[in-house]
Write a protein that binds this ligand. Structure first.
Ligand code: ANZ
Ligand code: ZN
Length: 862
């Protein structure tokens, strides 16, 4: 007889059976409630890492649990298969991105299957497949036709030596990753999605997302960055309007200078005039700094006076106009009114360049000294040195000043967003083509829907020039205009891969549709995703873009809802010795090796047990060993308990539910040991159900299961030790067979119930082992097709004792409480009784005197 669980044989066996039986395939079922469980689809980098394993193990618990609860569970998997690494591999190793990606997918799919995750593989999608990106292109056209996709000039990273555009990842410390040349900016015509048109809804609807971690909602809120304030018209002395955006119109009398972004058009005009060499070199220097370098609070604020002045809109004063690195061209109007007394950044700038400081808001009962103040005063206060507004509250002045500016045609209330439109053009090959054609006659012409997909040509050359191979693919590039038939050129930029991942969850609902991106009735059934699970690194862009897409599609009446993900779980990282696993640190634990050595169930169990899903998890070899030992311990428990049942045939105990009836019926006949085991079993069912369904506390769920296993072992040994005489009767258990036969007589309905429950409770966590246990129990079908167990409240009732309830010393009631209940609990139980509440109505409870096991005396007044 085997003494160890052969996980290799078992995991292989069950994986093959699931595949053979299409065990996790799902369709729309009008009679069942749906449940859509989704894990973020991976980039096919080549190998699964532990972060993936954690992500999918968590998702699989959720999916398997809901399946057992009777839901039609959609649990799909696919590949975020476009992107730069494939192209880099092509250049480095001469392997085509298509082949590289396909081979990686093949390997990772095998690895995923070896983990036994319950995916409906018939729904697999890959973003780089023409059947998929055809619809990415189609979605682009839908946005285009709604005015939500447009083209404008925008700066890209440019390496002058390679004469090529660089992705942000390819710029290292401001230099080209390939040739180390200093990177500059270059303006190119690029495509944008008008996500800013949805800024307000994306912000407001965050309130609907109560099933998301609060931190993620806050990150999105900050990213959208709504500010209310005013746009105020300053005008340069030559008449050029220089509007500024300010959140503090109340400080307008404190303006002592203005600052423009180096990219501001007015600065461009000044540079056209001769003799501005100093300004020119300053502007060139700042323009290549990254946004982060320009705006971080530690970064040095540098500026230069332009020589120009602007007129203050209320006082008519001449205000010097500066250029500085900290003003961003893309925010507000790219121009700022400098108020050093009330803005820290402005104060530092003013001190550095000896610009005047003017206090216009005073804190109550204090007098700020402009000459010496080291910190700007940024709170509300009383207006001062502000003309007609002196002496009033600054919050009130805010509104009045906007009013005055509006009356004079010099400003208005304004809301501003930090959110920028989404630049989707990538000067890359391995991405979804942008379905646009440029015609000399007709200009920008969208490719007709009937002509989709615009296929990515495969026969292209990869050269380390950094230039997109599409520029040299003449058959692709040169085409005819869909409108006039004349010669035209295709757009050679491809789409940001975030476009592909903004709608994949919709394609999973209808993955093989050749007529639509997804059919309305399919998404009506499946959407929204009930539970989305993935890394917090996608908390901003991916989730925001997906929400944007969903709102656009809902407005187009292509989907029934405008939020894609009802609940979101962001899992923590997998660490080794406190550090993130990474190749460079050499602390990577390979999932493949763990599965090979210990099995998929061990890997899953360890990961689920080691930490709650949202927390970081520290890898521990002992932890893995522990999970492995536990799996063997469970297996041996079943082995010793039930093997004989097969030899002696099914002994009338019957299936799980028949068993339940039997036990309930004979409840009064069971022994104290059995009562205890039943208590443990049903308490575990309750605990695991609560942990899995409401809190994702998989770690405590697993530890509850472990305790139940201990309880069953304890029960077994107590029963065996109780019956020494029987043991002797069958010959001292000399032969192994005797022992087993002997045990079989001990499989009471209560023990059987515990074992059945264990197999069911383990199913979401260790799906292969659970199948094996189910089979050992002699039960039919897959354990994963069984109903999730329900706890029997009667089993949780512990022994009770009658106590008296007194009011002011007179017995008014009697009731049962659990024996051994504490004083506090006792008081609570008594006060919760309806009859007691009736007795106390209109009276004031002074205190409750509890005598454990005897009485509670309520001392009342009135
Ligand atoms: C005058 C002022 C006085 C300001 C004061 C603040 C405090 P948020 O809250 O992020 O919207 N600003 C406007 N456009 C800018 C740009 N393109 N680059 C850098 N800074 C810019 O910030 C709005 C404030 O940031 C605006 O209000 C403006 O400075 C500055 F006591 O105007 B404030
Ligand atoms: Zn044309």
């Amino acid at each position: 007889m085997e003494t160890r669980y052969n996980f290799r044989l078992s995991e292989k066996k069950w994986q093959e059976r699931w595949e053979r039986d299409n065990a996790y395939r799902v369709g729309e079922d009008p009679n069942r409630q749906k449940y859509y469980c989704l894990e973020m689809f991976p980039y096919p980098s080549g190998n699964l890492h532990m972060g993936h394993v954690r992500n999918y193990a968590i998702g699989d618990v959720v999916a398997r649990y809901h399946r057992m609860r009777g839901f039609a569970v959609l649990h799909p998997m696919g590949w975020d298969a476009f992107g730069l690494p494939a192209e880099n591999a092509a250049i480095k190793h001469g392997i085509h991105p298509f082949r590289w990606t396909r081979d990686n997918i093949k390997n990772m799919r095998r690895q995923l299957k070896s983990l036994g995750v319950s995916y409906d593989w018939s729904r697999e999608v890959a973003a780089c497949h023409p059947d998929y990106y055809r619809w990415t292109e189609w979605l682009f056209l839908q946005l285009y036709h709604r005015g939500l996709a447009y083209r404008k000039q925008a700066a890209v990273n440019w390496c002058p030596a390679c004469a090529t555009v660089l992705a942000n990842e390819q710029v290292v410390n401001g230099r080209c990753e390939r040739c180390d040349t200093e990177v500059t900016k270059k303006n190119l015509n690029q495509w944008f999605f008008r996500i800013t048109a949805y800024a307000d809804r994306l912000l407001a609807d965050l309130d609907k997302l109560q099933g998301w971690p609060e931190k993620v909602r806050i990150m999105q809120e900050n990213w959208i960055g709504r500010s209310t304030g005013a746009e105020v018209q300053f005008v340069a002395e030559d008449g050029t309007p220089l509007p500024v955006f300010t959140t503090r119109p109340d400080t307008i009398y404190g303006v002592t200078y203005m600052v423009l972004a180096p990219e501001h058009p007015f600065v461009g005009r000044l540079l056209e005039q001769a003799g501005n060499e100093e300004l020119r070199s300053f502007v060139n220097r700042v323009r290549v700094q990254s946004e982060i370098d320009r705006t971080s609070t530690e970064a040095e604020k540098v500026g230069i006076f332009t020589g120009a002045h602007a007129i203050h809109p209320l006082t008519g004063e001449r205000i010097p106009v500066w250029v500085a690195n900290y003003v961003l061209p893309e925010y507000g109007t790219g121009a700022v009114m400098g108020v050093p007394a009330h803005d820290q950044r402005d104060l530092e700038f003013a001190r550095k360049y000896r610009l005047p400081v003017r206090v216009v808001i005073q804190p109550l009962g204090q007098d700020l000294d402009a000459a010496t103040m080291a910190e700007a005063y940024t709170e509300p206060g009383l207006m001062t040195s502000s003309g007609e507004f002196d002496g009033i509250d600054s919050e009130v002045a805010k509104l009045r000043i906007i009013q005055l500016l509006a009356e004079r045609g010099r400003g208005r209330e304004q809301v501003n967003y930090r959110l920028r439109d989404w630049l989707i053009s990538r000067q890359r090959y391995w991405g979804a083509p942008i379905p646009i054609v440029y015609c000399d006659q007709c200009g920008i012409v969208p490719v007709p829907e009937a002509d989709l997909p615009v296929l990515l040509p495969l026969d292209v050359a990869f050269e380390p020039t950094g230039e997109s191979p599409l520029l040299k693919a003449k058959d692709f590039l040169n085409t005819s205009c869909p409108q006039c038939g004349g010669p035209a050129r295709r757009e050679t930029d491809t789409m940001d891969t975030f476009v592909c991942s903004s709608w994949y969850y919709l394609r999973y609902c209808d993955p093989r549709d050749e007529e639509h991106a997804f059919a309305r009735d399919k998404v009506d059934y499946w959407m929204p995703v009930d539970q989305y699970i993935g890394g917090v690194e996608h908390a901003i862009l991916h989730l925001l873009y997906s929400r944007f897409f969903m709102k656009v599609l809902c407005d187009l009446e292509l989907t029934p809802v405008d939020e894609p993900f009802t609940n979101l779980l962001t899992q923590g990282m997998v660490l080794k010795d406190g550090a993130k696993m990474s190749k460079s640190k050499g602390n990577v634990v390979s999932p493949e090796e763990i599965v090979e050595h210990y099995g998929a169930d061990t890997a899953r169990l360890f990961i689920l047990f080691a930490a709650p899903p949202e927390r970081d998890l520290d890898w521990s070899d002992q932890g893995v060993e522990g999970a492995y030992r536990f799996i063997n311990r469970v297996w041996r428990l079943f082995q010793s308990s039930v093997v004989s049942r097969q030899s002696s045939g099914k002994d009338g105990i019957g299936g799980a539910s028949a068993n339940q009836d039997l036990i309930t019926h004979h409840a009064s006949l069971i022994t104290p040991e059995e009562r205890q085991l039943r208590y443990a079993t049903h308490r575990t069912i309750l605990k695991v159900t609560e942990d899995v369904s409401t809190r994702f506390n998989f770690n405590t769920a697993v530890s509850a299961i472990m305790e139940l296993v201990n309880a069953v072992y304890q029960y077994q040994s107590s029963v065996v030790s109780l019956q020494p005489s029987e043991k002797e009767e069958i010959g001292g258990a000399n032969s192994h067979q005797d022992l087993i036969t002997h045990h079989s007589s001990l499989i009471t309905p209560v023990l059987h119930e515990s074992l059945v429950s264990l197999a069911l409770l383990l199913a979401p966590f260790t799906p292969h082992l659970a199948e094996e246990l189910w089979e050992m129990l002699g039960e039919d079908g897959s354990v994963h097709q069984q109903r999730w167990p329900e706890h029997d409240p009667a089993a949780l009732v512990v022994e009770e004792i009658e106590i008296a309830v007194q009011v002011n010393g007179r017995v008014r009631d009697r009731l049962n409480v659990p024996t051994g209940i504490g004083e506090g609990e006792m008081e609570q139980v008594v006060l919760a009784q309806q009859r007691v509440q009736d007795l106390l109505r209109g009276k004031e409870l002074v205190r409750a005197i509890c005598v454990p096991g005897k009485l509670v005396n309520l001392v009342v007044r009135g």
